[in-house]
Design a protein around this ligand. Sequence first.
Ligand SMILES: O=P(O)(O)O[C@H]1O[C@H](CO)[C@@H](O)[C@H]1O
Ligand SMILES: [Mn+2]
Ligand SMILES: [Mn+2]
Length: 392
Amino acid sequence: MSSFKRIGFIVLDSVGIGEAPDAANFGDTGSHTLGHILERVPGLKLPNLQQLGLANIAPLPPLEPVSAPTGYYGKMQEVSVGKDTMTGHWELMGLKIEVPFNTYFDGFPAELIEKFEAATGRKVIGNKPASGTEILVEYGEEQMKTGAWIVYTSADSVFQLAAHEDIIPLEELYSACKIARELTMAPEFSVGRVIARPYVGEPGNFVRTPNRHDYAVKPPEPTVMNALEDIGKDVIAVGKINDIFTGEGVTATYPTKSNEHGIQITIDELRKPFDGFLFTNLVDFDSLYGHRRDPEGYGRALEVFDQALPELLATLGEDDLLIISADHGNDPVHAGTDHTREYVPLLVYSPRFKTPGSLGIRQTFSDVAATIADNFGAKAPQYGTSFLSELQ
Ligand SMILES: O=P(O)(O)O[C@H]1O[C@H](CO)[C@@H](O)[C@H]1O
Ligand SMILES: [Mn+2]
Ligand SMILES: [Mn+2]
């Protein structure tokens, strides 16, 4: 198929479609984010995703496959060692991460915490793996009394810093995150992301605010986004994308406050002319519902996205291609509160398609990057197989 002028790519953060072949290595046997949500939330309706071919990818009862999907459909396996957001997105853009970041199931070492306390002038409380809402129940009141930092982590490689906005000003929180970022860049600590987690409210009633900010490390090598920038294409980032790639290869960025906001910006940007690649991450699926183990909320968020799809697809012309996928799973009925090692769905749509069908099981998320590079004549990533020639 001749190339497209624009490619839009939407990552539904954590919307996995069943255990990966190596799920057991990650403690994720039996995980199935989409399947379990559909099972747990009776009457959930996703007619537009279904029409694109969502239920043709894998059995998703009670959703039925459709006989003539309007999109190409398939699923992709992750080859990188990790099931976090950065690893997933980096692989989608053509990298293979073989040395995982460190994780801290017993909290961060005293040496690191002492350095952080000395550099910021505040003590640390918490310092263990936890859910971000539960850690506030446990330590929020103490923070309000003492002004200490709440530090917590998870099964991801994350140094998360929670601070009550009335106790520690946002600017101070952000400065402390930059200090933590510097300290955890050292190879002996090797933390993937530092995250500012501000919140407000009273004991028993704490709520996190949208002033979250992520401090990632730079991708270890150039991605297809750098390759696109090198040949003068637009690379428009929506939501967390700019943070995940530390701005590498991004030519414009639009941070978002919610899925609805991200969907709206994506629609607005697709309505304007641009030449290149639009890359959106919708994080609420993961942060508000997956980690909170809330299948109902997750299901409703999927319905909101599904309902927006017709308007989204209507922005596309004959020279546009839209890809929808995910970065890992986060099965809301699986044990614990962390991500799950799953296949991710692959849905590909253009008004140009005549008889779309299956793209099969893709061996790496990097097939997305390879397809994008192939389409724009940009430097191909080291990993990944383009499916451009399979589209007709
Ligand atoms: O439980 P909350 O604070 O939402 O944190 C979750 O969000 C982090 C980053 O996506 C994950 O590592 C997990 O810890
Ligand atoms: Mn993610
Ligand atoms: Mn997450």
